[in-house]
Design a protein around this ligand. Structure first.
Ligand code: FES
Length: 242
């Protein structure tokens, strides 16, 4: 198939950026979009040009490293799919795909499609952990957790921290990310000792890092590759009041 990639190129944060168009001919529809970028980068390197910078690691939808906008949508047009799992067969032959980095104040651009998402790490450091000394891993049956409780906690623990929720929110809010971390820990016995301060400290840090407040548009839920429900944002606010 034939494909045109219109890619945001910006060599450094303090330099002007622009869109570069590259036509890929005779690409297999079974390539992933990241593999198409690999192919393009090989061509660019062979021509002595700078390759496109984009982040990736597992390419299996589990690590959260990848992420950029495809035609304005975080991770592209498919629901519950990270961009590394997006295949060219999902697009019509001859499509033009515009690829842009996450755009959010808290995610400063590094180069091209790659942004600095370390603000999410600092949100975790502000309270998204259990600091209670637990010693050796306890026997699985020593601390019973109800089935419903465990399933609900796991639903939020699946957050891969890709930042798509931030990139799709018009206020660039990290509410869904923070809510997922709070709900993951707050529903389990291990998360109880610091529960009373965790919600406050993580939300304060969210503001300090330059994330906005929840826009209530639910775009975060729509683009989340793990389909984490925005209902957890309401849960987070109840947690703050509690
Ligand atoms: S590269 Fe790991 S989730 Fe996409």
């Amino acid at each position: 198939m034939k494909l045109t990639l219109r890619i945001w190129r910006q060599a450094a944060p303090n330099q002007a950026g622009n869109y570069d168009s590259h036509e890929l001919t005779k690409v297999s529809p079974d390539l992933s979009l990241l593999e198409a970028l690999d192919q393009l980068n090989e061509q660019l390197i062979n021509n002595g040009e700078r390759p496109v910078n984009f982040e990736h690691d597992c390419r299996e939808g589990i690590c959260g490293s990848c992420g950029f906008l495809v035609n304005g949508q975080a991770h592209g047009p498919l629901a519950a799919t990270s961009v590394c799992q997006l295949y060219l067969r999902e697009f019509k032959d001859g499509s033009v795909l515009t690829l842009e980095p996450w755009r959010a104040r808290a995610f400063p651009l590094i180069q091209d499609l790659m942004v600095d998402r370390s603000a999410l790490d600092r949100l975790i450091a502000a309270g998204g952990y259990c600091s209670t000394g637990t010693g050796q891993a306890p026997d699985g049956n020593a601390l019973p957790v109800g089935r419903q409780q465990a399933t609900s906690a796991f639903d939020t623990a699946t957050c891969i921290g890709c930042g798509a929720c931030v990139a799709s929110c018009r206020n660039a809010s990290a509410s869904l990310f923070v809510a997922a971390k709070l709900a993951h820990l707050g529903q389990l016995p291990q998360g109880q000792p610091e529960r009373s301060t965790r919600a406050q400290s993580m939300q304060e840090r969210m503001t300090q890092e330059g994330f906005g407040s929840c826009s209530s548009n639910l775009e975060c839920e729509a683009v989340c590759p793990q389909e984490i429900s925005a209902d957890w944002i309401s849960w987070m606010h109840r947690e703050s009041l509690r």
